[in-house]
Write a protein that binds this ligand. Structure first.
Ligand code: MN
Length: 201
């Protein structure tokens, strides 16, 4: 079975005007699909064929299989990205809300940290909220890199490659980031945190 391009969790115009349908068509339909298609071409009949996507990401990084890693990591990260966003603008509650308040001072302060991390990333990359089930961290990675490749659990991610915002915001990355943090699917991050909290020793 080849690696699948997972469907979007909402209609292509659901995040407009922050993320237009035109951006979705390009970003999901061309970039994300391109990473998945390229990956499937690279692994066909070779070592990683039949492995799960997370397994390919971690093994390719460990083995220094750069081209496979780049495409696998981008395929995985984009799926988390789409699932980190929602038009619902639902608030965060539960254990993650408590820990966010304790760690950052609240959801708005965390959102500012995510924006800052995106602004400090030079060139292309990603911003992440990560956890070990007990604590939280905001970090950013360059190009295709992801904390998941080093077995770090990612609760949500924001794409800071230019292709994520150039159609709608041109070069205005800060403006885009400030808008997109308003579309974070906090309940999804909260559910992911609950799973990790139960697994933590
Ligand atoms: Mn992207």
């Amino acid at each position: 079975m080849p690696i699948a391009l997972d469907p979007l969790p909402w209609p292509r115009d659901a995040l407009a005007p922050v993320v237009s349908a035109a951006t979705i068509d390009l970003h999901y339909g061309k970039h994300h699909k391109g990473y998945v298609d390229t990956l499937n071409g690279l692994i066909a009949g070779a070592e990683f064929e039949g492995a799960s996507l997370p397994e390919i990401v971690t093994r390719a990084k460990a083995e220094g299989a750069t081209k496979i890693f780049n495409n696998a990591a981008q395929a995985w990260s984009h799926t988390l990205y789409w699932n980190s966003l929602s038009p619902a603008r639902a608030p965060l509650s539960g254990a993650l809300a408590d820990l966010v308040a304790q760690t950052f001072g609240g959801v708005d302060a965390l959102a500012s940290r995510l924006v800052d991390a995106g602004m400090q990333r030079f060139g292309s990359g990603w911003v992440w909220l990560t956890t070990d089930g007990r604590s939280l961290d905001v970090l950013s990675t360059s190009n295709a890199d992801t904390p998941m490749a080093d077995d770090v659990t990612c609760l949500l991610t924001i794409d800071v490659w230019e292709h994520a915002y150039y159609v709608d915001y041109q070069n205005r990355r800060a403006e885009h980031l400030k808008a997109i943090v308003g579309l974070i699917d906090w309940p999804a991050a909260g559910a992911c945190f609950e799973r990790e909290r139960r697994r933590a020793p």
